[in-house]
Design a protein around this ligand. Structure first.
Ligand code: NAD
Length: 256
C-alpha cells in the first residue's frame, strides 16, 4: 500500500533522529533518497548503512543549512539531479531548545525561528516550485510536533516555531492543491531519538523522562521509526485524498 518505488525524495535533517529513520525507511521502500543536513559525517554513515543493506538506489547526500536560501535551493537541486525531479519533500530539520519565557533571549528566539521556521519555509518554497512544474505534482510532509498544536511549558520559542510548521502546512496545502501538490504534517509526541535517550544519563533526566512518559496515554515514548512510517504513508499515494492535515503520532498525547 505504501509504495515509494523510484520516487525522488528529499529529507532534511536526515543525519539523525526522525529524519534519519525516515530517509532509511524511504530507501528501504525503493525511493531515490537525497539526504540533507549540516552534519556530513552523519549523512555519510546513513549512506553507508543503506548501501550495506543493499537498497535499490544509493542515497545522495548534500551538506547545507536549511535556513540559508542558497543552501535550501541547492538541496532541491541535488534531489532533482539525482532523482530526475522531486516527488517528495520531508521538511524535518530542526533544533529543539527548551527554555521558559524569561530564560529565552531575543537571539534564542531568532535562532530557533531561523531553522525551524524560516528553514521549513525555504525548503517548501524551492521544493514546491519544482513540484508545480512537474506533470505529476508532488507532496510535502512537514515535521511539526505536539508543541505545534498545543501549549507546553519551557517551549517559549520552540513551541511557537512548531506552530509555524503546522500553519505553513495548512496554508500551503490550500494554496497549492490546484497544482497537484499535497502538503501535510506529522505532530510527534516525545520520540526516543539519541538526544532524548541521552537524557537518561543526565542529572534530573530520569525524572524528566518519567514525567514526560506519563503524559503519553500509551505509557511509553515513541520510536523514530514509528514517526517515519506515518511520514511514508502521507508521502505515498495511499494518502492521495489527504492534504492540510496535521497528524498526531503521539501515543494519544493530544487526545487528552
Ligand atoms: P535530531 O537533533 O536528532 O535531528 C535533527 C537533525 O537536523 C540533525 O541531524 C541536525 O544536524 C539537523 N539540523 C539542525 N539544524 C539544521 C540546519 N540549519 N540545516 C540542516 N540540518 C539541520 O532531532 P529530532 O528529534 O530527530 O528532530 C527532528 C524533527 O522532529 C524536528 O523538526 C523536531 O522539532 C521534530 N520533533 C522531534 C520530537 C522528539 O521528541 N525528538 C518531537 C516532536 C517533533
Amino acid at each position: 500500500l505504501v509504495d515509494l518505488t523510484g520516487r525522488s525524495c528529499l529529507v532534511t535533517g536526515a543525519a539523525s533522529g526522525i529524519g534519519r529513520a525516515t530517509a532509511a525507511l524511504f530507501a528501504r521502500l525503493g525511493a531515490r533518497v537525497t539526504a540533507a543536513d549540516l552534519d556530513t559525517g552523519g549523512l555519510t554513515a546513513l549512506r553507508r548503512d543503506c548501501a550495506d543493506r543493499g537498497d535499490a538506489y544509493e542515497v545522495t547526500v548534500v551538506t547545507g543549512d536549511v535556513s540559508r536560501p542558497e543552501d535550501a535551493e541547492r538541496m532541491t537541486g541535488a534531489a532533482v539531479a539525482a532523482g530526475g525531479g522531486l516527488d517528495v519533500l520531508v521538511a524535518n530539520a530542526g533544533i529543539l531548545p527548551l527554555s521558559d519565557l524569561l530564560e529565552t533571549s531575543a537571539e534564542d528566539w531568532d535562532r530557533v525561528m531561523a531553522v525551524d521556521g524560516r528553514g521549513m519555509f525555504l525548503s517548501c518554497k524551492y521544493a514546491i516550485a519544482q513540484m508545480a512544474r512537474q506533470e505529476g505534482g508532488g507532496t510535502v510532509v512537514c515535521v511539526s510536533s505536539i508543541s505545534g498544536v498545543a501549549g507546553q511549558a519551557r517551549q517559549a520559542a520552540y513551541g511557537p516555531a512548531k506552530f509555524v510548521a503546522s500553519g505553513l502546512t495548512k496554508h500551503l496545502a490550500v494554496e497549492w492543491a490546484g497544482r497537484r501538490v499535497r502538503v501535510n504534517a506529522v505532530a510527534p509526541g516525545t520520540i526516543r531519538t539519541e538526544r532524548v535517550r541521552r537524557l537518561a544519563d543526565e542529572p534530573g533526566g530520569p525524572e524528566y523522562l518519567d514525567r514526560v512518559t506519563g503524559l503519553h496515554p500509551l505509557g511509553r515514548l515513541g520510536e523514530p521509526e514509528e514517526v517515519a512510517r506515518a511520514i511514508a504513508f502521507l508521502a505515498s499515494d495511499a494518502a492521495s485524498f489527504i492534504t492540510g492535515a496535521v497528524v498526531p503520532v503521539d501515543g494519544g498525547y493530544l487526545a487528552q
